[in-house]
Design a protein around this ligand. Structure first.
Ligand SMILES: N[C@@H](CCC(=O)N[C@@H](CS)C(=O)NCC(=O)O)C(=O)O
Length: 281
């Protein structure tokens, strides 16, 4: 815990929460990360004054900022360094598309594969870093929460196939856009479009900086998706963005934590699970 009034409230494994976390780290904003378990977040978010029940939320003193996009705006406004502003021309449109297509369907595909048949795979990541009391309450609520997640994200028998094919089309389009060798998605510097696409695809790109995704057990079909997509240009691009532009949290890791994900990648390939945080949770 650092001595700051700012907290970032997350689900440990959420890719939208990672998007917000990246923006705070990019601007070197001091914060404490607090994770809530799903289900309980509905009560806790109302209690902290948020309008909706979704995470991420930033609490800065009395101020409540909800949504990864609003949090990027807020982080940009805190920054004293104009050259690190994430909001520049052309970047918001790409972010909006990434939020609604990649963000939505990555999560729906994962939930459709995991929640109905292997809910135990999702729980460690969803409950990661929650306090002992919150975890206990979240556990009690889990049978209901699990059903609500399925309803909220349209998890039906055909959901995985639908979301997988929508993602395939989107990844094709992204691969094609990268065909001209551009290092960034909008313009000539790292922007919110890059934060959005990289963080929202990270569960499948599995950069070493995000061992939370290695810690999660996957179904055979999800493992096959990771393997099939890993050499796509867009997935290589995501891993490069993590390597080049996600350094703050990474540098804070202790050497043992740095070693674990790398050892897992080299030693056990896609079956692996690692054990470090990418940011300061
Ligand atoms: N557009 C929102 C999406 C956030 C979102 O969907 N968060 C999910 C976790 S990945 C959530 O809080 N779900 C719980 C709920 O909807 O009650 C953002 O960018 O923050």
């Amino acid at each position: 815990m650092t001595n700051t009034n700012t907290s970032l409230i997350t689900f440990g494994i959420s890719h939208f929460c990672e998007k917000a976390r990246w923006a705070l780290d990019w601007h070197d904003i001091d914060y404490n990360e607090i994770s809530w378990p799903p289900g309980l977040h509905q009560i806790l978010s109302k209690r902290c004054g948020a309008k909706r029940a979704t995470l991420p939320i930033v609490r800065d003193g009395e101020k409540v900022v909800q949504g990864s996009d609003a949090i990027i705006d807020w982080a940009d406004a805190q920054s004293k360094n104009p050259s690190r502003q994430l909001t520049k021309e052309g970047s918001r449109e790409i972010e909006e598309r990434a939020d609604s297509i990649i963000g939505w369907h990555v999560r729906r595909l994962a939930y459709a594969e995991i929640i109905p048949r292997f809910p135990q795979y999702a729980k460690p990541g969803l409950f990661q870093n929650a306090s002992r009391t919150h975890r206990f309450l979240g556990d009690m609520m889990w049978p209901v929460t699990r059903r609500l997640i399925m309803q909220a994200y349209g998890v039906t028998d055909t959901a995985a196939a639908e979301s997988r094919s929508i993602l395939e089309v989107e990844l094709d389009w992204r691969d094609e856009k990268l065909g001209d060798g551009r290092p960034y998605l909008a313009g000539d510097s790292f922007r919110r479009a890059d934060v959005a696409v990289a963080s929202l695809l990270a569960p499948f790109a599995r950069p070493p900086e995000m061992p939370v995704y290695y810690e999660m057990s996957l179904t055979d079909d999800l493992k096959a998706d990771c393997i099939r997509w890993q050499s796509r240009p867009i997935m290589r691009w995501v891993r490069n963005q993590y390597k080049s532009n996600r350094l703050v949290g990474w540098l804070e890791l202790d050497p043992l934590h740095c070693f674990v994900p790398l050892a897992n990648i080299w030693g056990r390939g896609l079956e692996s699970t690692g054990g470090a945080k990418a940011a300061r949770s």
